[in-house]
Design a protein around this ligand. Structure first.
Ligand SMILES: Cc1ncc(COP(=O)(O)O)c(C=O)c1O
Length: 335
């Protein structure tokens, strides 16, 4: 495998793992080499969007051991999403067993230390039972597959430009925004396409009610840095990012103040640094933000990653790889 040329895309691996929920209980997970699933055409996932997923990564350290980052947080968020869409919750122990066994079964696909690449793990839960009326399925399929993915920044850790979306909303307050449900991503596709068409790397969604506050950045949370403070939006319509939580903790560990609160759009003019954060890239520093409302562009920093973002990025990735101590117990050795 040419680890250097990997992008963020699907690559076939040897195995995936599946478990079925039927008659009110989970059956034992099984490994398979099949890449396809056969489901009933009236399955609730196909018609009524009973579909949720997760995303986490495994890394190979200098010592050759495989580590995953905060899997318990992903398991907890998966249960939160399942509750939100009235789906059968996957118990943490089943989540752990499935994730660990699929990583071990695909050990040869875990990119080596130093490649910048990692093994992306995608847990998926779908309603499989046939229903015609709008109601939750009685049957579910839990699948976990993996794919080796390249470093997010091919040309290194570099700032990106984003566009505020005022035309489309991703999720309503108290809707499904806090769940990692496929429907939220479908709802955001038009906004992302528009941003790409205009040459921006991604979109910043605003709160859908007032269009005054920053919600999140495509598939990542937003943070801003000013006056030694890490500031991130509080909103009832965003995904609770595990990366964001971790960066906030690391910021607090080095004596920075942290705030989770509403972030008005105009505050973009005050930040010394800003970034989008998530599993895929850890941090994408943000340089320019275009707001179509007044045809205005906010410029943050000087086009290179700011010192706080760089430190947080380096610290978090070093913990994930096992290069630095893990004081919060975030990393689990898989193999
Ligand atoms: C909508 C959205 N927000 C934020 C994130 C970042 O979350 P995490 O740091 O847990 O990957 C993701 C990606 O998982 C996402 O899809």
């Amino acid at each position: 495998m040419n680890w250097k040329n990997l992008s963020f895309g699907y690559q076939k691996t040897n195995y995936n793992v599946r478990a079925v929920y039927q008659d009110g209980q989970w059956q034992d997970p099984e490994l398979t080499d099949s890449e396809t699933i056969t489901i009933h055409m009236a399955a609730t996932s196909l018609h009524y969007g009973q579909e949720i997923f997760e995303g986490l990564k495994a890394f190979q350290g200098k010592d050759g051991r495989i580590r995953i980052f905060r899997w318990e947080e992903n398991a907890g968020r998966f249960r939160h999403s399942a509750r939100g869409l009235l789906m059968a919750e996957v118990p943490d122990e089943l989540f752990r067993e499935a994730v660990f066994s699929v990583i071990k079964a695909n050990r040869e696909f875990v990119p080596p230390y130093g490649s910048g690449a990692s093994l992306y793990i995608r847990p998926l839960l779908i309603g499989t039972g046939p229903e015609l009326g709008v109601k939750p399925s009685k049957e579910y399929l839990f699948v976990v597959f993996v794919s080796p993915v390249g470093p997010y920044f091919k040309e290194g850790f570099k700032p990106v430009n984003m566009m505020i979306c005022r035309e489309f909303d991703r999720a309503a307050p108290h809707g499904t925004g806090t769940f990692k449900a496929g429907g939220n991503y479908a709802a955001g596709l038009r906004a992302v396409e528009k941003a790409h068409e205009k040459g921006y790397s991604n979109v910043i969604f605003l709160d859908a009610k007032e269009k005054k506050y920053i919600d999140e950045c495509g598939p990542a949370n937003f943070f801003g840095i000013k006056e030694n403070t890490y500031i991130t939006p509080e909103s009832p319509s965003i995904l609770d990012s595990i990366t964001n939580k971790s960066l906030m903790q690391l910021a607090a560990d080095v004596g920075m103040k942290t705030e989770r609160r509403k972030v008005p759009v105009e505050e973009l003019g005050e930040f010394e640094e800003a970034g989008a954060c998530g599993t895929a890239a850890v941090i994408s520093p943000i340089h320019k933000v275009y707001d179509p409302l007044e045809d205005k562009t906010y410029v943050i920093g000087h086009g290179t990653p700011g010192p706080v973002s760089r430190k947080l990025y380096e610290h978090l990735t070093a913990i994930q790889l096992g290069d630095e101590p893990d004081p919060h117990g975030w990393v689990t050795i898989v193999d």
